[in-house]
Design a protein around this ligand. Structure first.
Ligand code: MN
Length: 213
């Protein structure tokens, strides 16, 4: 009996891990969109990059929100942050985990037609690189493991956001919270001159709409 239980346990372990590795994480992303109509990238599963980019899209959908994306594995893990990030350590911002986006989405800025999924203008509000800074027993924890733990701590080097941020998964709602950690960049205001403009192209929302139809 004991042997059978151990055997089942091992089989389960392998099944879970192989499905996790081979699962097409873009399935949901693609299911929601009609790429003959939407200007968004379909994404190529073979695309790889070695750096660790992060970006925040500002998205004027039916409700304006910000989408924080960080590269974990070979995909952009994405959180919708209704109120956007705060540089104040005292403020916790709700961050709702949404479907994985393709790496190519990092370059997407434009206007999604109103009748399409997520219709509205999308601006690359901020972009840069991140480093996982979370430690366990004195050792750095890989970002994949931090994501599974529901506890991410990253150092952002963006054009607008800088310094350490935490993403914490809460129970029982499974929602995440985006929190500025205390450091030299805490409680500083974002430069007003660039705040309302694209970090990639310097364009305002109006300029994006005029140029990307
Ligand atoms: Mn969005």
């Amino acid at each position: 009996m004991k042997k059978i239980i151990i055997f089942i346990f091992i089989i389960n372990f392998f099944l879970e891990n192989t499905t996790m590795a081979t699962k097409n994480s873009l399935k949901e992303y693609r299911k929601q969109r009609d790429f003959s109509e939407s200007p968004e990238p379909k994404g190529n599963n073979k695309t790889t990059i070695n750096s660790s980019p992060f970006m925040i899209h500002k998205h004027w959908a039916s409700h304006v929100h910000y989408d924080l994306r960080i590269k974990i594995g070979n995909t952009l893990k994405s959180w919708a942050v209704p109120k956007g990030p705060s540089t104040k350590t005292s403020i916790k911002r709700l961050a709702i985990l949404v479907e994985d986006h393709p790496l190519e989405y990092a370059n997407f800025e434009g206007t999604i037609q109103q009748d399409q999924y997520g219709g509205g203008t999308v601006m690359i509000w901020d972009e840069g690189t991140f480093h996982s800074i979370r430690e366990k027993n004195g050792a750095l924890v890989p970002i994949e493991e931090s994501f599974k733990d529901g506890r991410i701590e990253i150092l952002l080097d963006g054009k607008k956001l800088k310094g350490n941020y935490a993403l914490i998964k809460t129970t029982p709602t499974k929602n995440w919270l985006l929190i500025k950690m205390d450091d030299e960049f805490a409680n500083k205001r974002i430069n007003q001159k660039i705040r309302g403009r694209s970090a990639r192209t310097g364009r305002t929302k109006g300029q994006i709409e005029k140029q990307e139809k």
